[in-house]
Design a protein. Structure first.
Length: 135
C-alpha cells in the first residue's frame, strides 16, 4: 500500500513504478524511474558499503561472520550515480522492548554505513508499538 501511495504522489512528476520478484542475487523488489533518476528498494539487503565498525568488531572479537542487514534499503541514483541512501528497520510489534531493539539497530546502521547513508534521515525505525510523542 505504501509503495502504491508513493507512486501516486510521484507519478505526476513522471516516475514509473517497476516491480520485481524478491530472489537471490539481491535485485531490488521495486524501483521508481524517471529518465536517469531511479529510487531502488531492496529487502533484507546489505548496503553497498565497506564493512563498518560493528561488523568488524563482531568478526574480530566474537569470530562471527556475516553483516547486519536492514529490512529495507533505499538507494537513490541520478544518471547512474548514487546520490542518496537510507535504511529502514521494521518492527511489527506492540512490545516496547522489541521496538527498542529496532531503534538500537537503526542507530547502529547510521554508524555502520556512513558512506552509503547520504542525506537525512539516515536510518528509520517503523513500528506498530505505541510510542511517546516528543514534548
Amino acid at each position: 500500500q505504501l509503495l502504491e501511495a508513493t507512486h501516486r504522489r510521484l507519478a505526476p512528476l513522471g516516475f514509473e513504478l517497476e516491480r520485481t520478484l524478491v530472489v537471490s542475487g539481491r535485485k531490488e523488489f521495486a524501483a521508481l524511474r524517471r529518465g536517469g533518476d531511479v529510487v531502488q528498494l531492496f529487502h533484507d539487503h546489505t548496503p553497498p558499503a565497506a564493512v563498518g565498525p560493528h561488523d568488524r568488531g563482531v568478526a574480530h572479537y566474537l569470530g562471527r561472520g556475516g553483516r547486519m542487514r536492514p529490512d529495507v534499503c533505499v538507494i537513490v541514483r541520478r544518471d547512474g550515480v548514487m546520490v542518496g541512501g537510507v535504511v529502514v528497520e521494521v518492527k511489527l510489534t506492540q512490545s516496547l522492548s522489541y521496538a527498542q531493539q529496532g531503534y538500537a539497530e537503526a542507530l547502529i546502521y547510521s554508524r555502520e554505513y556512513p558512506a552509503f547513508l547520504k542525506g537525512w534521515p539516515k536510518a528509520v525505525l517503523v513500528t506498530t508499538a505505541q510510542v511517546l510523542s516528543p514534548s
